[in-house]
Design a protein around this ligand. Sequence first.
Ligand SMILES: [Zn+2]
Length: 398
Amino acid sequence: MSVVAAAAAVQELDEDQRAALDACVVAALALSSVEGEARDRVRLLMECHGRYVRSFGVLEPAPPFKVFLERLRGSRVADLLPGRPRKSALGELWLLDADGAPSSALNRIAVEATEHGHQAPGIGADIRHLHSLLRAVGMLSEGAGLSRVCGETVQHAVFRTLRAAGSDAYTQGREAMVRTPVLTRRELSRNAALTELGAYTGISPTRQFSGVWAACPTCGWTIRAAYRPSGAVDLECEDERHSVLGARYRAEPAADGWRLTARGELRGVPKLVPVEGRVALPYALWLWVTLPGLLEVELRDRLVGSGAQVRLWPFGDAYDLHVARPGRSRVWRVDVKTWADPYGLAQKLREDPEGFDGMCFVVPEHLRGYLPLLRREVRGSGARVLTDTDLVAEVEGA
Ligand SMILES: [Zn+2]
């Protein structure tokens, strides 16, 4: 289930279905979070149900409160909406599993597709922080709707603000947001551009337990923590791929604190770190700045390790990496694509048909199967598509 498909499916909903989705998402967050007073959560759930009932109109009866709450667990998203949209990608997603644990889609839909996500326990604080950041940099007018923030808007706002501090501060600030999505307060205070930007905030209550948190071994960000009825805590990176790669653990209370065990393939477990004194990027900045940047900085490190000279995000972010080998004239201009999006690639080429001669579009090795499709899209543009492994081999052999 691709996240791109889910975002497109939300666009296809009518106004009532979107209002229903909004109410379901906020209710699911209220059900699955331990943040705040129980009484406030019940009030929020009733408010969500009110909006849910109104979205059904007069022709289709909406389920009563108790049934509404029951159905949020384990139901596919499409089955919760008035008119039950068919053949929608939302038919493959759920908000809460049968045990009431949040799915990896829940926070993402809350950020991208709800108007009331800022009210929800858990992700709400992250969304409010993001909105105040967008307002501070002039990307969101005072009193403007808080709904449906898209990735491009957030990237544009953050990168434009960092660029205003100069090109070195831009590269360092952006690189820090990729490599260190969690910092100590002292480390943050040493980076003027990042402090000025105000991107980092306290660690979310949904990604800590008992005053501690753990970092995902793949992205370094705070792993989501969900209490189980047994008193154990399930930890899982919000990125489904990282979770599949092994960023899934269980913490159980032990005599000397918490015992962490791996639930996935990886045998090692991360350290539990105190929340005190640390700040982290909010969900949306991890999603739209850290995640897409991981392959870019990793590729830079591998190329530098093999003797190449690399500049990240050169010429005011014209592309991602500028690669050269000392003493040779050949250069590589590299744009990294972290997911296979033939439509987006074709669109980019159409927007600037002059500018892509000699450009290398690089996709991660696990998307090698998409190369023929992506190569069809760039035909005639002078650009090439290859995987990260291919690029490193090519630069090393040149
Ligand atoms: Zn991760």
